[in-house]
Each structure stands twice: as structure tokens, then as C-alpha cells.
Ligand binder design. Sequence first.
Ligand SMILES: [Fe+2]
Length: 249
Amino acid sequence: MRVLHLTDPHLFADRNGSLRGAVTYDTLQSVIEHYRQGDFAADLIALTGDVIQDDSADAYAHCRDLLSALNLPVFCVPGNHDVRNLMRDVLPDPPFSYCDSLAAGNWLIVGIDSCSAGRAGGKIAERELRRMEETIAASSAEHVMICLHHPPVPMHSKWLDSVGLDNGDEFLARAASAGRVRVAIFGHVHQDYDAGHEGVRLIATPSTCRQFLPRVDDFAVDDSPPAYRCIELRSDGSVSAELIWVKSG
Ligand SMILES: [Fe+2]
């Protein structure tokens, strides 16, 4: 199973809309184009939230139009900048799915909503944690990947950790107790992260637009370019993940 991980595109209704100097429609397009020209042939796109920036249905429509061109299922979870109702309305049908689960080979992929209404930080509702556990328990898959928006661990960045995931420890404990969760992928942090945590690999992919400077107390933009990640879920339960930076020009 090969997964193209895209996250935090922050699109606007206006295609010229920009976020801290990046025209987000153009940077997502450049990421898609870079993927198309590479050798990695994904079976699925995982889109881990902050799809839009301006609360508009038109921004979701841009996402739909850009990603539909790849002819791949798009497995979506919301981020704090998303408007859940709009997201479900505009991305309701295949190839898009919203907080769904999918079995492929001996892998199960589960998308969960980590957002907490009205806040940048997240908290996974008990209902979502239970859905994760029940979905895993009902599956015969040997290996599981979880997709969510917020980071389950601190990023050692004061400002970013103040808008992190309230119950990351609980999520990790319950994911680990399922015994089959090999990897969790997320966005929100607009930077690279790839580390193991008690047998679960945790991977953040930088945004398709602007990045944040890692490990700083106060917010700062990083000059790193847009990015995406190619993830391979192997049948033996191992995971390979390659981060690709998309330099312009
Ligand atoms: Fe974001």
C-alpha cells in the first residue's frame, strides 16, 4: 500500500490567496505536479487537514478539482482551520472520504477527527477514540495506520505545543493497546517529524504551502519549500517514508 501524504494546503476561494507569502493554490499545484513527475505511484492520498484557510466552500472545491486529477482515493480528516460541515458537503463522494476507514491488503487505515470546536489546539473526543478502537477490533488486518491532524506528542516548540493535542498521551496509549498500530501520520505542525514512540512511528509531513521554524518558543516562518511525503506500508508491518521538498524554479 503506497500513500501520498499531503497536509495543510490552506486554500482560499481566491486562487491568488496567499498565506505568509505563499499562494497556496499554486504551491499545492506544484506539489501535485512534482508527484506526477516522480516514480512513486500512490494507491491513496491521505490529506490530514487544514484544507482551507478562509471558511469558504469554493476553497474546498479547488481542493476537489486539483486532487481529482490524480484519480486516487483521497482519505481526509479535518484540521482546526477546516469547517467540518462545509468539508463534508463539498468532499462527500468518492474519490473523497471523510474520517473513514479502509482495509487494503493486511493494512487498515483509520482517519480520526482530532479537532476541538473554536480552538487551534485539538482534543480527540471519546466518541472518536472509541470508534478507532472498535474499527481496529472489528478488522482482521495485521497492521494499522492512523491519520489525524494534531500531533500526539510535543514538538518542543512553546507556541506550537500551546496549540497541540490535549490528550495525545491517551490517544497513544489506546492506539498502542490495540497492539497493531504501526504508524500515525499528522499535519498541523508545518514541519518534518519522524520518530518512534513505544512501537508506534509518528510522522508529520510539512505543509504543501509555508512551514514553521521547528523548536522555537515564538512563532516564526521557516523558509523551507512546500513538501509532501511518500509512504509505503509493507506487508510485514514495516513502513518506509520519504519526505520530498518541492523547490521552485
Ligand atoms: Fe495548518
